[in-house]
Design a protein around this ligand. Sequence first.
Ligand code: FEO
Length: 393
Amino acid sequence: MEITKDILYVGVNDHDVDLFEGHYIVPEGMAYNSYVIKGEKTAVMDTVDAHFSDEWIGKVKEAAGVPDYLVVQHMEPDHSGSIKKFMDEFPETQIVSSQKAFTMMANFFEGEDFADRRVVVKEGDALDLGGHVLNFVTAPMVHWPEVIMTYESTDKVLFSADGFGRFGALDTIGETNEEDDDWACEARRYYFGIVGKYGMQVQAVLKKAAKLDIEKICALHGPVLVSNLGYFLGLYDTWSKYESESQGVVIAYTSVYGHTKKAVELLAEKLEALGVPKVEVTDLARSDIAEAVEDAFRYDTVVFATTTFNNGIFPYMREFIDSLVERNYQNKRLAFIENGSWAPQAAKVMKGMLEGCKNMTYCDNDVRIVSALNEASRAQIDALAEELAAAYK
Ligand code: FEO
């Protein structure tokens, strides 16, 4: 695939990975992107997962012959796994990366840090290929500390490392994306799962990007972004500021025997009847937690509903709240439904877990169920529904 006349796609598609990065389901597979830039000298942008080394090296040879440079933007093994094989295959090629990345290289490859073949770059450095110039931008913690991004100033292409990535193999989802909704769904799950904790660092990179004239974005995962870049940059701005993207209520629940589920269904019904713009109900025991995390960041309101369990809360809810808190969860309206047959205390436990989160608004009307719904708890659900719906009027 041609990105521009001199920039070619040489990435691979993975349909065998069961869990990306060890915990994300990827029903559409995964792409490990790599690119060749052909000036008077030739550079390859990043490698691919080690399972695809041979396929990828074949593509590089076809596109670039013997490359002059391998640029390593990020050392996570989905991109760095083929470095050693590549450098053995092309003994004259130099490797271009940050100092921190070379330290990681030695750790990943039994002390091999390519000492006599390396070019160390830092913020503001440039590498002139002749006809194309690579300008390096540091992007620490987006999403590892060694990350650099690269702006090719002739064709105005930003190589954004993991930034602007999404789940999905390109032979399934398409090579370029101009369909905004398709991109946002799996890019949002990817962002909040993988980069979500580092909003401040993403903001720093967006400020640098704002000074560049960017026509295309080539990420290490997902399709090349070729138009409507303001939309993609705008979403990253919203997400990294921890602003809610959409109005609506997420009800995330666990239910052991179905009584908490009944309460949740009743609340959802009432919210819909009261005209709440969107109501998203998620059974945490039976759905992808990363999807639930994505929704909890996307919408402005979350209702947590769970049972008291071993003097705490049900495990799936604990994992869900931990996943939010460790990603700097903030700026939401929250409500709680608790259930317990002899000493309900789930709401207190959940609030305790969330107490360090910034700028949270707690609803006045929590719901307490003692074993099963009754007149009193139904009245509490009515009151909570009215309170939540009032916020959208
Ligand atoms: Fe796609 Fe952070 O690796």
